[in-house]
Design a protein. Structure first.
Length: 83
């Protein structure tokens, strides 16, 4: 998160808006004291994070997920000890 002063924000507003559109947050300060925050429209509210569903569609859980590797696990618990 970058902090820019008011003069720089006025001079480079289009650049700052482009950065916000890319997901960045920019703080605008007056005399070094933050007074405003430029964030993308779809950004979560302050103090909140968007965690649920962030990997939706990224992978698929196999139908046999509950039984995958069951034989291996059973062998480890019930099989012959290895030396």
């Amino acid at each position: 998160m970058d902090i820019v002063n008011i003069h720089e924000a006025k001079t480079h507003l289009s650049r700052l808006l482009a950065r916000a559109a890319q997901g960045e947050t920019v703080v605008i300060a007056k005399a070094g004291h933050p007074i405003a925050k430029l964030t993308p429209m779809d950004a979560p509210a302050s103090g909140q994070s968007q965690r649920l569903g962030f990997l939706k569609g990224a992978f698929e859980i196999p139908e046999d997920f509950d039984t995958m590797g069951g034989d291996t696990v059973a062998d480890e618990f019930e099989g012959e000890p290895t030396t």
